[in-house]
Write a protein of this length. Structure first.
Length: 448
């Protein structure tokens, strides 16, 4: 008997029908603009597309939000609208939850908990979370995946390819082929809760000696490929906490900085989903990391390239910058292309260039980011465009996402000193050894 979560043809067809209506309208209007000269009101149509996609829920929401953080992947009007999409999905009712839990833990699953709350504590794009009490009295969070998510992911990724192809034929200076491949790989990984459990254990190990950061413990005996059970951690939403404790802004920002970048510069691993809902604040102002579905492991040479580019920009060394981009996967970058890429790099690296306390928005405010992206777009078109390497996609997303968190916090920190503290003793061979050992300990594969 087929599993209800298998990637069924019927599930794909139903998903294609719902998503295709919105995307088909987009294709038709762009064709009219291009072939017939009919002007497309992008502001109006972008709002219509958001409204259509917003009613679908599911993985396409995560894709849309991701695209909104990648400069020039979509026109500005669509970025503004898609960035407003919410990832919340309608929760499964109790009868449905009972059937789903029975399919994961067996018909007597309720006997394995002292209690299990009927209503979801949180709902997201791929699953929902229920509070529970384990047999030992521990408070638990049980993340249960919605049914038929494999079909939804494949249908939505297919539509993603169509959306990107439409824009690329009209006005994009960026080849999105590698962006599609990377998004697809990460989104398919998010379907595998056994892999997410390994990611969580990896983060517990990597951050074990880092103050101000907590990673919940996984309860393996109550977890499956579609059910992830971990200890419940108390915490408040970051912006709510800051509203009541504005003096905590800088401390929270430093804890978030370490939570993201200690794993990256020590192990080549990064948390790829910068959504504020994936973090909460404990009473002592330390940070809880709550979701590990989107984790990216980088080649050690890529991490070295990030540091090499930073030093190249500080020293105005064009040759070193070119080599750094080549290390990242930009194929034989020309002098003109490097100069264009450096415009964006200087924007992203700006907060860690000066040895002083400062706010992110001094150089990374939204309006400046839009101006910078517009300039990069125009220059990329002039030099013939560029294919974005796969690894760059989530590194850039992480940098932009974390910058957005700091913008919300209005933190004033010496980012230069924080960064220097992480890279001062950097050794690429040492990172490679630590990474290999950490991944092997959790049964995770080496980076692609």
């Amino acid at each position: 008997m087929p599993n209800e979560d298998e990637n069924r043809l019927g599930g794909r067809i139903a998903r294609y029908a719902r998503v295709g209506t919105a995307v088909g309208g987009l294709a038709a209007r762009f064709a009219g603009e291009r072939v017939l000269g009919i002007p497309l009101q992008r502001d109006k149509h972008a709002a219509e597309l958001r409204a259509a996609l917003g009613g679908l829920k599911g993985p396409l929401m995560k894709v849309a939000q991701l695209l909104s953080t990648i400069p020039d992947a979509l026109p500005r009007e669509y970025v503004q609208e898609l960035s407003q999409l919410q990832a919340d999905a309608p929760s499964m009712g109790w009868p449905f939850v009972k059937r789903r839990m029975a399919s994961e833990l067996g018909p007597s699953w309720q006997s394995r908990f002292q209690s299990f709350e009927h209503d979801a504590a949180a709902a997201a794009s791929l699953g929902q979370v229920h509070r529970a009490i384990g047999p030992d009295g521990r408070r638990l969070a049980c993340k249960l995946q919605y049914p038929d998510m494999a079909s939804a992911v494949e249908a939505d990724l297919r539509q993603l390819g169509l959306i990107l192809a439409i824009f690329e034929r009209t006005d994009s200076a960026i080849s999105t082929r590698h962006i599609q491949t990377e998004i697809g790989a990460r989104l398919r990984e998010e379907l595998d809760y056994e892999r997410e459990a390994k990611h969580a254990r990896l983060y517990r190990a990597m951050l074990a000696d880092t103050p101000g950061v907590h990673v919940p413990e996984i309860v393996g005996e109550l977890s499956t490929r579609r059910l992830l059970t971990l200890e419940w951690v108390d915490g408040r939403k970051i912006l709510e906490f800051v509203a009541e404790h504005p003096e905590a802004r800088d401390e929270l920002a430093m804890n978030m900085f370490r939570a993201w970048y200690v794993p990256f510069y020590n192990y080549g691993v990064i948390h790829g989903d910068p959504h504020l809902g994936n973090y909460s604040v404990r009473p002592d102002r330390s940070i809880n990391l709550l979701d590990f579905g989107c984790v990216r492991v980088f080649r050690p040479s890529f991490v070295k390239g990030v540091i090499d580019l930073y030093n190249a920009l500080r020293n105005d060394d064009q040759e070193a910058a070119t080599e750094a981009y080549r290390t990242w996967g930009f194929a034989d970058p020309s002098k003109e292309l490097v100069e264009v890429l450096n415009i964006w790099a200087r924007f992203v690296y700006a907060p860690i260039m000066d040895d002083r306390s400062r706010r992110i928005e001094e150089t990374n405010a939204g309006h400046y980011g839009r101006e910078t992206a517009g300039k990069v777009h125009a220059e990329l078109r002039r030099v013939g465009g560029v294919a974005i390497p796969r690894e760059f996609v989530f590194m850039d997303r992480a940098a932009v996402g974390l910058g957005s968190v700091f913008l919300h916090l209005k933190a004033e920190v010496n980012w230069y000193q924080l960064f220097q503290g992480l890279i001062r003793d950097f050794d690429v061979e040492g990172l490679a050894a630590r990474q290999a050992a950490a991944l092997a300990a959790q049964g995770l594969p080496p980076p692609e």
